[in-house]
Design a protein around this ligand. Sequence first.
Ligand SMILES: [Zn+2]
Ligand SMILES: [Zn+2]
Length: 146
Amino acid sequence: MGHSHATPDLDSLLDQCSDAGLRRTSALRACLEVLLKAGQPLTLQEIGTSPFLGISCDPATIYRLITRLEEKRIVRRIGFHSRAAHYCLRESSHQDYLICRDCGSVEVLDITCPVEHLEKEIAKTSGYSDLEHELEFFGRCAACQR
Ligand SMILES: [Zn+2]
Ligand SMILES: [Zn+2]
């Protein structure tokens, strides 16, 4: 899969969800739309309070939906070391991140992936397929330094 920057559209994501056995509810559509428009990893709380959500979804519904999407490998969970888990669409975002140790904010790194060639090499020598990686750089964000 690698680092494709092609942004999937909502319809193809919904098709993917149907194929994975998820029901096409308005809550599902709303959550996907939020993740698509955000273009960066979001916490469950951020998904729930996003202006792009459009409908009112209780936190339990969002949690259940995102968990299913994660199981179906449509959404990926990141930021294991930060305070809250963040979620993003697997196909639309780069997988290298900058994370603030103090506030736990997560940013997508806008860099050419430094280990992409390594991934190909590992796939070739190990026989593994569908390799993926995520790099996490930790530091203190500008806001937390003030
Ligand atoms: Zn911070
Ligand atoms: Zn990378």
